[in-house]
Design a protein around this ligand. Sequence first.
Ligand SMILES: Cc1ncc(COP(=O)(O)O)c(C=O)c1O
Length: 516
Amino acid sequence: MPNAAADAPQADFSSAQIARFFAAESQRFRATHPRCAALHAQAQRHFLFGVPMHWMADTPAPFPLFVDAAQGARLVDADGHEIIDFCLGDTGAMFGHSPAPIARTLAEFGAQGATTMLPSAVALEVAALLEARFGLPMWQFTATASDANRFLLRWARAITGRPCILVFHGCYHGTVDDTFIDLAEGGGTRMRASLLGQVHDLTPTTRVVEFNDSAALEAALAPGDVACVLTEPVLTNIGMVLPEPGFLQTLRALTRRHGTLLAFDETHTISCGPGGYTRADGLGACRTLGVESENVPQRGQFLPDSPPHGATMGQEAGKKWAAAAHSQPTIPKSDRLLEPDMLVLGKPIAGGTPGAAYGFSAEVGARMQAVKAAAAPGHSGIGTTLSAGLLTLRLMRTMLAEVMDGPAYARMFTTATRVAEGLQAQIAARALPWSVTRIGARCEVQFRPTPPRNGSEARAAFRNDLEAALQLALLNRGVLLTPFHNMVLACPAHTAQDADTLVAAFADALDGLAGA
Ligand SMILES: Cc1ncc(COP(=O)(O)O)c(C=O)c1O
């Protein structure tokens, strides 16, 4: 049942206060970023909205921050300011900008060819590393996570012969048109109004239900025409929505019962542990990689006296994941309750360069091979030329074997915990009706007193003006958050001091808002 008290309108800052504060912060940004302003003015000639990818204009600042360089947890903007980066390219740089092993790999292999459209031995090494972490034996590579999701859905429809897919309300899986469907207010579903240039009505073949709604899920799967459920294990693109206890297990059981494939998109939730959320929330399967499944999500408000996550991480400090890949014991079936049929990874896994992967079970792989073998020769609609390139795979090997390790996750969780506790303390000190939720290295401030249970609740808590004012104020104080929501990402290079700087900037911004 919805909590009526939690859903009631809350008083914090008035629209007028927010507008006054935002105007002052905008003025401050203009005054301190003359070169960014000049570059943006010049860029209008070449680029849509003056930016090389149109989303880059979606910033609360009067014009975008132009970046000169990025290293570790720091950016340097075109005006020479050093900024602590808690956006991390929206997960693309989840493990910091240009970690040393990635810079070394580029220097070592940059002259040995980037792409050949041929297989390589390094591909096998990467697959072994991926299997060790995620438990799925078979893999294909793509240039982006969007592509991985798109191709995965195509395979799912091809091998099941079913037309429909199912996603959860408020999801985001990249530029995959089939997933741009929402629940409509009066019932039914509708294409997302923001989707450009799609002339086909995709609502007949995409079902949408609320996250955490097992009954609706069961009803939607019952007709037996859903090829695949595609979901993040935690919704991270509409604020953050945690799965209620048992929901993912129910999802797994229902998809099995109805012959529907289950695909987890771990593009963002790879920040929850070396095996993503799937392994972090299974029955301790992360232990097989020497990392306790300790990073279970924080439910409810973040309590300052919660034990710091990550304290038990990294017992096998220094051990390379390559070794783990080869000594990986078979994971008992009982530990694989969340075991998806398919799984997507992207963004950081090639060191922040384009590269993504999707994995699947041997049974799904056999069905894919059968359907491809039986198809007419020619273009399958799956795959792109620059996928699985030599350099990309070498970068993935480096990330998996040397960067995305237990000690790195331990540092990330420690920082994220410090941030979450600090933000929560500032919110509590001012009795603001907001909540902070953390999973692994990621935390989110949401403008409602309790974390949302589904996409509708999360969306109802959006406050664009307040979010923009806070984000711009943080940027003026040397801290960058992800522009689309109040998400903080912690990388291994962040320090306790960085976390404290973020919290102090947040506190200063709240004081500024209160006084505006
Ligand atoms: C969960 C999830 N999946 C897939 C994607 C798509 O990633 P990309 O834009 O790199 O294709 C995103 C992008 O934010 C995402 O959040």
